[in-house]
Write a new protein. Structure first.
Length: 208
């Protein structure tokens, strides 16, 4: 599946669920099944499980070694920080040294309308990414581990974007210095180059 297809699916997904204001229990599993499907992953085939028992409690979703997802009702979207200790506690208790099973790499706290993504083994004090449901199509790389690919988080994206802007600006002026074309032609050329590059990066992220 291409990056464009993932993004297109996520646009439809975000549009559908942006209106949901019900309970966590009523639709959490449907929400997560559809989210996995957006990334081209069959949750059951991948081995991600709902309602896994853990010390008298139940994890909303665990994908061993990969991620834990803790769901909250939409009205909790502005209070995800209050649920971090619960979710990270599930993560700590998910490791099984006796069976050589490490804790999952990622923890997602989600209240339908908002996401927090944690990588607590490497970054224990703050989330790697935070965004709303409507921002998800543009932030799809942050959940790329759902497609069994390496995710890309905001800090990395910002650095790449700044460097790309710098390089494009320099190229625009160098082409002007050489009188290669007029301003409109140069601008259209750079925009087309940027689109082609982004499409190639998205394809690479899904197929390497």
């Amino acid at each position: 599946m291409t990056g464009e297809e993932v993004q297109r699916r996520l646009v439809d997904f975000a549009r559908k669920w942006s209106l949901y204001a019900g309970s966590e229990r009523a639709e959490a599993q449907a929400f997560l099944n559809e989210l996995f499907d957006c990334y081209g992953t069959d949750r059951v085939d991948a081995g991600a499980r709902f309602e896994e028992a853990q010390q008298g409690k139940f994890l909303d979703l665990i994908w061993p070694r990969r991620c834990i997802i803790e769901m909250k009702r939409p009205s909790e979207a502005g209070r995800l920080a209050q649920h971090r200790e619960q979710a990270l506690g599930y993560w700590r208790n998910a490791a099984d040294a006796a069976h050589n099973v490490p804790a999952p790499r990622f923890v997602v706290i989600c209240a339908f309308q908002r996401f927090e993504i944690w990588e607590p083994g490497a970054y224990p004090t703050e989330p790697r990414a935070e965004f709303t449901l409507l921002e998800l199509p543009d932030r799809m790389d942050a959940l790329m581990f759902l497609a069994e690919r390496e995710p890309v988080f905001l800090a990395s994206q910002e650095a790449v974007t700044r460097e790309a802007v710098r390089l494009m600006t320099n190229l625009y002026h160098r082409l002007g210095d050489r009188h290669a074309a007029g301003p409109d032609v140069r601008q259209n050329f750079l925009l087309q180059s940027a689109r082609t590059t982004l499409a190639s990066v998205a394809f690479f992220a899904l197929h390497v």
